[in-house]
Design a protein around this ligand. Structure first.
Ligand code: FNR
Length: 391
């Protein structure tokens, strides 16, 4: 069936579902436990409502500019001329994207690169640092997400490859040092890491995590070398040992002056520790409800964290963003940027690169209209007075 061009993201998700193997769809759609936190992420958006303001001489061309980590990003929306849009929308790090379409990370990195928006490469990527950088394009903002191995040599190797290939911001995911109880994956027998072990026993080659392993294996490696590297990664990182705040100093030494962002912060106390330990940013996130089932909805965590640390850290947000109004609400509550997760995967599965581009542009156009129709010419007035939380 030819993919339908539709502004309806729910239809794009159901198209993705019909095209994907059951394991892949469930892996992406599912969460931990009873998936109560997946639901809480959406419910939190419904608690907050936008308070539109009228007759404020909003022009058809909005200015959505804001500088993130020292960099202006060109306008991502065709109808905006000369606007310096910021890093409002970042691709959330998502592993094994070739599961969703053969073009996987390459297509996604290309689409974000075209729009000048940051693409974050996951440690669990199915495509290597260099290939993703090439697809992303010279000079475009690229970030690297680290699942922090317990072996220092491996961590250093990842960081070196990331830097050499132009990844500018290090995103350290702190909520997934062990995988949660995920019933859908247990049922279908799917875990990407299990799949990577599976390469050892002859499962499909597409599951080989090409960027894992020490440098000589990461790029230009044969499939056999990659399989070994994948196994090595699993053995050395999946011991269920939680890293500690004090260890961050090592990452700082290895990464140098570049920005380091902790992804998966949910409490003001941890946000304050991130300041104390010299981090540049945090991403308020519960991993899309995939780790602690029963955890509070991600948007609910945002205001207290902003109150505790705003101004001291750059604050990103993800978890449940499905439309322009959601982006608006997160920014109004103090996020400097947001990350897009599952909707981008549905676009990719629906129609490869074209589908991913369509979803990204749709979300941004919807967001742009929401800003304008709510009475804002730019983001400076999109603050807490722009939303209400009815009792
Ligand atoms: C993720 N996420 C994730 N996070 C991360 O730091 N590294 C990773 O490799 C992955 N992989 C991954 C795979 C899949 C299939 C999903 C759905 C999610 C979490 C991701 O970055 C983000 O936090 C959530 O996706 C945000 O929630 P929503 O908006 O997708 O519901």
């Amino acid at each position: 069936r030819a993919p339908e061009i539709t502004p309806n993201l729910a239809k794009i998700e159901s198209s993705a579902r019909s095209r994907l193997p059951k394991e892949a769809y469930n892996y992406a759609a599912g969460g931990a436990g009873l998936e109560s936190t997946v639901k809480a992420n959406r419910e939190a958006f419904n608690h907050w409502r936008i308070l539109p303001k009228m007759l404020h001489s909003v022009l058809p061309e909005r200015n959505l500019s804001r500088k993130i980590f020292g960099r202006y990003i060109p306008a991502p929306i065709a109808s905006l001329s000369n606007a310096e849009s910021d890093v409002l929308a970042v691709m959330a790090p998502i592993g094994v994207q070739t599961l969703f379409h053969p073009t996987g990370e390459r297509a996604m990195a290309k689409v974000f690169g075209e729009m000048g928006l940051p693409y974050t490469l996951s440690t669990a990527s199915s495509t290597g640092f260099k290939d993703v950088a090439t697809a992303n394009g010279d000079g475009n903002p690229r970030w690297y997400q680290l699942y922090w191995p317990t072996v220092d040599g491996l961590t250093q190797s990842y960081l070196k490859s990331a830097r050499e290939n132009g990844y500018e911001v290090l995103v350290v995911t702190v909520d997934t040092w062990e995988l949660a109880w995920r019933p859908r994956d247990l049922e279908t027998g799917y875990f990407p890491f299990i799949q990577s072990i599976g390469t050892q026993i002859g499962l499909e080659d597409k599951y080989a995590h090409s960027q894992l392993g020490f440098d000589p294996l990461a790029e230009g490696a044969t499939l056999e070398q990659r399989k070994l590297a994948s196994l090595y990664h699993v053995v050395t990182t999946s011991r269920g040992v939680s890293p500690r705040w004090e260890n961050l100093k090592k990452l700082r030494d290895w990464w140098g002056d570049g920005p380091i962002v902790l992804k998966g912060i949910q409490s003001p106390e941890d946000a304050l520790l991130a300041v104390k330990f010299g981090m540049d940013g945090i991403i308020v996130s519960n991993h899309g409800g995939r780790q602690v089932d029963g955890a509070v909805g991600s948007l609910t965590c945002l205001p207290p964290i902003v109150d505790a640390v705003k101004g001291k850290l750059t604050i990103g947000f993800d978890g449940g963003i499905r439309c322009g109004a959601d982006i608006f609400k997160a920014l109004a509550l103090g996020a400097d940027f947001v990350q897009l997760g599952r909707p981008m995967l549905w676009g990719l599965a629906h129609d490869g690169e074209k589908g991913a581009r369509h979803v990204l542009k749709s979300l941004l156009a919807d967001f742009d209209l929401t800003v304008g129709l709510s009475g804002h010419q730019d983001l400076s007035t999109v603050d807490r007075t722009a939303v209400v939380c009815p009792p």
